[in-house]
Design a protein around this ligand. Structure first.
Ligand code: ATP
Length: 328
């Protein structure tokens, strides 16, 4: 087994709150174990452009509470090419780096796996960092909890004004093809309906639901629409409903990028710390092409291959069943 002596850490793809506590844990766990650590700026772009710097324990002081990522992140097209990967490899070798910790989502892992198959002498461990919570092998991904809390705070405020004016709000939340944020936020805010990519809600059923709510003396209603919902987008849904539910004033809010920012929650700080700590220990133990994840509150390794083929958010049916019952 090749002994690791120098590792690099990067954040890639969409940023997620909790990445900074995770970087801190990677850096300090590595140094504690006598390894050298290099920080790579802007994900795979930094590998290709040789934009890296030596990190020390003090390089990660006071970052636990910061959203975003001190290493910056990027979407990097050249890393998808053989030439781009070769340049990255040469830069990594020239610095004497023999292990890589990549924090990101499924795109990041796809790149990591391809790279690792081409250059198996560089060990790679992935850390699931995405607000979408859509990676197999970890019940929760880094950033999901904070993003959901941010959404809840926003929707609570919208509920106040919706109630004051007897309005019906359609609120679009992030998640790409995953309804994870929408579902959790919907339960937490008592949404009247939640539109998810994983389970199509017919517009007629939604209209009936909202009309029933009105006859049940509801003064305001909130419908959460996951951005990946397949009904044609939040504006189309709102328009279709407004035609039928005429006595509600219908409004649309798209929460957008505010969902990515903010200080990480306690859950994401602890999760980031655990995953960063585990990733470095996995590298030291000689592991590669694996993802560290949280399963039944234990840190477990899953092969990147499996994490990617199985990739998807498994809808929690019990939560979905509760929506109609609790919103009567
Ligand atoms: P999020 O889920 O938050 O969007 P992500 O990691 O899925 O995060 P992507 O933009 O899909 O974000 O991927 C991040 C980066 O991974 C890409 O910009 C690219 O550099 C690299 N990558 C993605 N797919 C591949 C691939 N097939 N081959 C090589 N590199 C890839």
């Amino acid at each position: 087994m090749h002994k690791i002596s120098k590792i690099a850490v990067l954040t890639s793809g969409g940023d997620a709150p909790g990445m900074n506590p995770c970087i801190r844990a990677v850096v300090r766990t590595a140094i504690f174990n006598g390894l050298n650590v290099v920080g790579v700026r802007q994900g795979y772009k930094g590998l290709i452009e040789n934009d890296m710097y030596d990190m020390e324990t003090r390089s990660v002081s006071n970052i636990l509470s910061l959203g975003g990522t001190i290493l910056k992140t990027a979407r990097c097209l050249p890393f998808r090419t053989d030439e781009g990967m070769e340049t990255a490899y040469q830069n990594i070798k020239a610095r004497g780096i023999d292990g890589l910790v990549v924090i990101g989502g499924d795109g990041t892992f796809t790149g990591a796996l391809r790279f690792s198959k081409k250059y198996p002498d560089i060990a790679i461990i992935g850390i699931p960092g995405t607000i979408d919570n859509d990676l197999y092998g970890s019940t929760y991904t880094l950033g999901f909890d904070t993003a959901t809390n941010t959404v809840i705070e926003a929707i609570d405020k919208i509920r106040d004004t919706a109630d004051a004016h007897d309005r019906l709000f359609f609120i679009e939340v992030m998640g790409r093809d995953s309804g994870a944020i929408a579902l959790r936020a919907g339960i937490s805010c008592g949404a009247e309906a939640i539109m998810l990519p994983e389970k199509l809600t017919a517009i007629e059923d939604l209209i009936k639901n909202l009309k029933d709510g009105q006859s049940n003396k509801k003064s305001s209603s909130i419908v959460i629409v996951a951005e990946g919902d397949k009904n044609g987008g939040v504006y189309d849904i709102a328009k279709a409903v407004q035609k039928e539910v005429t006595n509600y004033d219908v409004k649309v809010t798209i929460l957008g990028h505010l969902q990515r920012g903010g200080s990480p929650s306690s859950f994401d700080r602890v999760l980031g710390s655990r995953l960063g700590f585990a990733a470095v220990n996995a590298l030291i133990a000689g592991e590669t092409q694996k993802m560290v994840g949280l399963q039944a509150n234990h840190i477990k390794l899953t092969s990147l291959e499996e994490a990617l083929t199985e990739h998807e958010f498994k809808l929690e049916e019990d939560l979905l069943q509760m929506v109609d019952v609790l919103a009567i």
